[in-house]
Design a protein around this ligand. Structure first.
Ligand code: HEC
Length: 220
């Protein structure tokens, strides 16, 4: 244990500085509506799998789980390529490649929405907060000095219509990453409706039983 202490301390230091760099008050995030409809989730999955998984892994999501958001087997087969359907969305090559390119391994995206204040809103705002400084350099107002490039080319897109398209893509990506961070949220919501329905029926039955019992007693 004593031998492990220095490495544990080092890990804690790295983790805390990482979070400090990423910190951003949730009040500064875009007030965007993130609807978890199947079509948004599917578009988000397609977008994330084509634009983000070149540098990020999604270790806690298996290709098979994409069937749960409305893809059919054929579509999942296209998305997974040569990978096994039960394999996680993970490529070991990313680690070495990103380390040499950026000097760090970008965070795994499966749980990132839960790890950041504002969840999907954070991701949306991050992707749409790239801008060009006067000297032509690109920065991000949510995460100044971020080492992730402007993957949507948001900072160099000036046309309003084109920007809207990019914002839609960022929104879909945020919705999908909210789903990967909590894939059972919708099931829980449905279960909540069932429980409420059950409680209402049960309350009504009890009230009815009480009325009947008292009317019998009063009749005596
Ligand atoms: C070319 C490589 C690359 C691509 C493609 C890429 N990222 Fe990143 N991403 C990075 C790097 C590098 C970091 C770490 C940034 C840092 O800590 O400075 C990062 C960090 C992040 C973070 C965490 C920011 C934080 O608060 O710590 C999120 C969220 C993220 N990326 C989302 C995405 C999404 C969504 C996509 C696809 C639209 C994407 N990334 C595509 C390289 C990439």
């Amino acid at each position: 244990m004593r031998a492990m202490l220095p490495s544990l301390m080092a890990l804690l230091c790295v983790m805390s500085t990482y979070d400090l760099r990423a910190a951003s008050p949730s009040s500064s995030l875009a007030d965007v509506e993130l609807s978890h409809e199947s079509e948004n989730l599917k578009r988000g999955a397609q977008f994330v799998l084509s634009m983000c998984t070149g540098c990020h892994n999604l270790t806690y999501v298996k290709y098979r789980e994409l069937l749960r958001i409305g893809f059919n087997h054929q579509e999942v087969a296209e998305l997974k390529g040569d990978n096994d359907i039960n394999a996680p969305i993970f490529s070991p090559d990313i680690v070495e490649m990103t380390k040499s390119l950026f000097g760090l391994v970008p965070p795994d995206l499966s749980l990132i929405a839960k790890a950041r204040e504002g969840k999907g809103r954070y991701i949306y705002t991050l992707l749409t907060s790239y801008h060009q400084n006067e000297d032509g350099s690109v920065d991000n107002s949510v995460f100044p000095g971020i080492r992730m490039p402007d993957v949507l080319s948001y900072s160099s897109t000036t046309d309003d219509q084109d920007r809207k398209v990019l914002e839609e893509q960022a929104r879909d990506a945020a919705v999908f990453l909210e789903w990967t961070a909590d894939p059972h949220a919708n099931d829980r919501r449905t279960m909540g409706y069932y429980v409420m329905g059950y409680l209402i029926v049960f309350t009504f039955l009890l009230w009815f039983l009480k009325r009947r019992t008292w009317s019998q007693l009063e009749g005596k």
